[in-house]
Design a protein around this ligand. Structure first.
Ligand SMILES: *[C@@H]1O[C@H](CO)[C@@H](O)[C@H](O)[C@H]1NC(C)=O
Ligand SMILES: *[C@@H]1O[C@H](CO)[C@@H](O)[C@H](O)[C@H]1NC(C)=O
Ligand SMILES: *[C@@H]1O[C@H](CO)[C@@H](O)[C@H](O)[C@H]1NC(C)=O
Ligand SMILES: *[C@@H]1O[C@H](CO)[C@@H](O)[C@H](O)[C@H]1NC(C)=O
Length: 519
């Protein structure tokens, strides 16, 4: 109840005291089907949290195509390669004795949210119960304008699974690997450049140092009496105190987003160069809508409305469907990756900056396509399959007491598997008119379940449901938007000329069935 009250009040506050015209007024003046752009700098990002009390940085409507720049929160791991010479990134990373251009980092100023998120993007007419369809038209690695190159950082950090499993020599350590992205024709590859220890080790390197900054800012108030202020006098992050000595702080752990490491640290190790070269699978780690919640929400644990899913299938050519929870939807995105395998084992992907292009389509709750009716989780559509995204808690914000402080200790793959199975069963029964027993058998013979991530507090398990068995059209990979039926398989009994005709008829039937499903 407090949730919906918070949302109404936040909307009233926005309407009453926004410096710009209220979003609804801007929507009234807006043309449909526009091409819009949201560049990233310190004024268009929020760092570490989702909230519908953040003033929107873009007003979009259904049918618009939007270009959005996403900047990695790991660029400080090699400032020269990932920040310097790129004005938007330099602006976001500005951190001097006099202040930080984006001073509020982390949900509450204690470092618990980490992602640089571009947005929010207000979607005109969006209301709770609607579904936002996001077609991912393009994701391009961002080239540093001064070097023409793209680098990324893989941080094997303290929240990685190796810290649970144990190290061979019993010595826990945080190690950063810098990768370079290279293009070969249309393909992008990633190659390791070098590694360094974040802190500690035989050289005695103590970790990055940053100036102490007496920031004193507060988040936009989402709910009266719930002011989230940020003043870092105590300098306590992730439960560890980082004292200010001679105007500087030294960070012995990867506890705070946006730390800038000065190289050389004495721990650089180039022996990884040339050991392997992998194909990139460029995707967005964190893309979501503001949840219905009465305070800003940590950007790390993934949400019913998306967020930090870290599912590598949120990639070019695919489509993401997210349930809208607040008026205007409030879409934000960041945490782009050059590559990541399922599990995101060591804590991060290859974190990089990416420029994306998307098409937005708003489905109103009165006329939802069948595949997104009663949607209570993110759904990804690939050319040949659907992906149901489950977590340990489908909606941890409403299921747990004190959710943001308890979710990290409740992460479980077992429970995430149960939730993903339940959601897959329910989605299949609704979408394909199956009984529970029919769904159970189909899931068993044809669906792959995978461990999405074991590092984001709310662990993820997803299922992959092939389209073809239900005559659902297989789409082309180029835009992800078109529903072009692929040649249907020729029934085993048919062959030769009759087979071709039978195939064509199957194709028509599949298209008709698909039309019925989409309606
Ligand atoms: C922070 O700013 C607020 C209002 O701008 C002020 O009332 C408060 O005293 C400041 N706190 C510190 C520690 O400077
Ligand atoms: C899974 O679904 C069953 C049947 O509705 C239900 O009893 C169970 O509580 C669900 N489990 C979870 C974790 O949601
Ligand atoms: C969605 O939920 C509503 C009410 O909760 C129900 O009437 C409707 O049948 C559901 N739709 C599907 C496709 O299950
Ligand atoms: C769903 O399947 C049942 C048979 O299992 C059938 O009687 C019913 O008409 C189907 N409903 C729709 C909407 O196709």
């Amino acid at each position: 109840m407090a949730i919906s009250r918070g949302f109404v009040l936040a909307a009233l506050l926005l309407a009453a005291c926004g410096a710009r015209a209220a979003p609804a007024d801007q929507c009234a003046a807006k043309k449909a089907g526009e091409s819009l752009e949201l560049k990233a700098d310190s004024t268009t990002v929020h760092w570490g949290y989702f909230s519908d009390a953040v003033e929107p940085n873009l007003i979009a409507s259904s049918g618009d195509e939007i270009a959005v720049e996403m900047i990695t929160h790991h660029a400080g791991d090699d400032y020269d390669k990932m920040v310097k010479g790129d004005p938007g990134v330099e602006d976001i990373y500005e951190w001097t004795k006099d202040g930080q251009n984006v001073p509020m980092r982390g949900k509450s100023g204690v470092g618990d949210g980490v992602h640089v998120l571009t947005g929010p993007i207000y979607v005109c007419d969006a209301e709770p119960g609607d579904v936002l369809q996001i077609d991912i038209l393009d994701l391009k690695p961002r080239k540093n304008p001064s070097t023409g190159k793209t680098y990324g950082s893989n941080a094997a950090a303290n929240w990685g699974y190796q810290f649970r499993a144990g190290f061979l020599d019993g010595q826990p350590r945080e190690v950063i690997t810098i990768y370079e992205a290279t293009e070969e024709g249309d393909d992008v590859y990633v190659q390791p450049d070098y590694q360094f220890r974040f802190a500690g080790g035989p050289t005695g390197y103590m970790g990055p140092t940053t100036p102490c900054v007496e920031a004193n800012v507060s988040l936009p108030e989402a709910f009266p009496g719930m002011e989230m202020s940020w003043d870092n006098a105590e300098r306590v992050y992730s439960g560890k105190e980082v004292p200010c000595k001679a105007g500087e702080q030294t960070w012995e752990g990867y506890w705070y987003p946006g730390l800038i490491t000065t190289h050389p640290t004495g721990t650089e190790d180039y022996s990884i160069r040339g050991k392997f070269k992998a194909k990139a699978n460029i995707h967005i780690g964190n893309i979501g809508l503001a949840p219905a919640y009465d305070s800003p929400v940590d950007s790390v644990p993934p949400l019913m409305s998306g967020g930090n899913m870290d599912n590598r299938r949120v990639m070019k050519g695919n489509t993401l469907y997210l349930p809208v929870q607040v008026a205007g939807a409030y879409l934000s995105m960041g945490d782009a990756h050059l590559a990541q395998g399922d599990s995101e084992l060591d804590g991060t992907g290859i974190e990089t900056s990416i420029n994306g292009r998307f098409k937005l389509t708003l489905h109103k709750k009165e006329e939802l396509p069948k595949i997104v009716q009663n949607l209570t989780h993110p759904l990804i559509e690939q050319p040949d399959s659907f992906v149901v995204q489950g977590y340990t808690y489908a909606d941890y914000l409403s299921e747990l007491e004190e959710p943001m402080s308890t979710i990290y200790s409740k992460s479980q793959i077992d429970r995430a598997m149960t939730v993903a199975y339940n959601q897959t069963r329910d989605w299949m029964m609704r979408t394909f008119n199956l009984t529970e027993d029919q769904a159970i058998s189909f899931i068993t013979i044809a669906c792959d379940f995978g461990i999405t991530q074991v590092v984001d507090g709310n662990f993820g398990v997803h299922s992959i449901i092939p389209k073809e068995p239900f005559g659902y059209p297989v789409t082309t990979k180029s835009t992800g938007a078109a529903s072009v039926p692929a040649p249907a398989p020729v029934p085993a009994a048919a062959s030769g000329a009759r087979g071709v005709v039978a195939g064509a008829l199957t194709l028509l039937a599949a298209a008709a069935a698909a039309g019925a499903l989409l309606a």
